[in-house]
Design a protein around this ligand. Structure first.
Ligand code: MN
Length: 269
């Protein structure tokens, strides 16, 4: 059962960019003033890992020397599961995943290890926030996103994140004073097609590399996350972990000519 969080919450901080990423450090520094933060994050860069878990390889956790917590081989979801089941002495009040380097809005949510780590926490009944900085610059300034992270944690002291709902936050790359504001958003349905570049290895065998720079992404609807970020707003998107398509579910359930009804009738013939 999730509720509002205490004034000084216990926070598990993780990410998918790896334990050495500057975004994680920014989140830690911003949150350590207002929370008891333990870091459990992947040893290496794991962007695009989505909800992958490690099944056939032993998991190892190494204590960090500069932050309270551990680095774990391998994935963000491994980190959350291991933290909650083994590494943390107490259940955290909140899981924060980020600050990710790059967008996690719209279709990108499906690939995101950042969002998946938060989703894993929500599956286990712990309030969870994923937070990303919408910049692909080599060394972006995480200061604004750090302030946003802290403001959201402070906001969750009085606003209750519903059970099994992940709050997905995307921050535009602007100074705090130049933010347009915060906007409650839906996930954009815009999909960008990427490409593969075909090259040849020294033995003349082809290999392929995912390419294409996303640049500044644009949404489809006035109330979607990508539009908000484009307009300088911090987008706050409540994500569900129930993937049922409500409209199709309701429609199919109502009609005798639906797929399940037809198959069921054929079974009984
Ligand atoms: Mn990432």
């Amino acid at each position: 059962m999730t509720g509002t969080i205490p004034d000084r919450p216990r926070i598990l901080l993780t990410n998918d960019d790896g334990v050495r990423s500057p975004g994680l450090l920014s989140a830690y520094e911003a949150l350590a003033e207002v929370a008891d933060v333990t870091v459990v994050a992947p040893t290496d860069q794991r962007s695009g890992a989505s909800h992958m878990i490690t099944l056939e390889t032993p998991l190892r956790a190494f204590p960090l020397s500069d932050l309270p917590g551990y680095r774990v081989d391998f994935t963000p979801v491994d980190c959350v599961k291991l933290a909650l089941k083994q590494l943390l002495p107490e259940r955290p009040d909140l899981v924060v995943s980020g600050i990710n380097w790059g967008y996690n809005a719209g279709f990108l949510v499906h690939y995101s290890g950042t969002v998946a780590a938060a989703t894993e926490a929500a599956l286990l009944g712990i309030p969870a926030v994923a937070i990303s900085l919408c910049s692909y610059r080599r060394k972006p300034d995480f200061a604004t996103a750090g302030r946003v992270t802290r403001a959201i944690v402070e906001g969750l002291r009085s606003w209750r994140l519903p059970d099994r709902c992940v709050l997905n936050v995307n921050v535009p790359p602007r100074p705090w004073e130049e933010l347009s504001g915060f906007r409650w958003c839906r996930q954009s349905l815009e999909v960008f097609e990427d490409e593969y570049e075909k090259r040849e290895d020294p033995r003349r065998k082809p290999y392929y590399w995912l390419t294409g720079s996303l640049g500044a992404l644009e949404g489809q609807a006035p109330d979607d996350d990508l539009t908000a970020v484009k307009e300088g707003y911090v987008s706050l998107t409540p994500l569900t972990i129930d993937w049922t398509h409500e409209a199709v579910y309701a429609d199919e359930g109502a009609g005798a000519d639906g797929l399940a009804a037809g198959l069921d009738a054929a079974l009984r013939e």
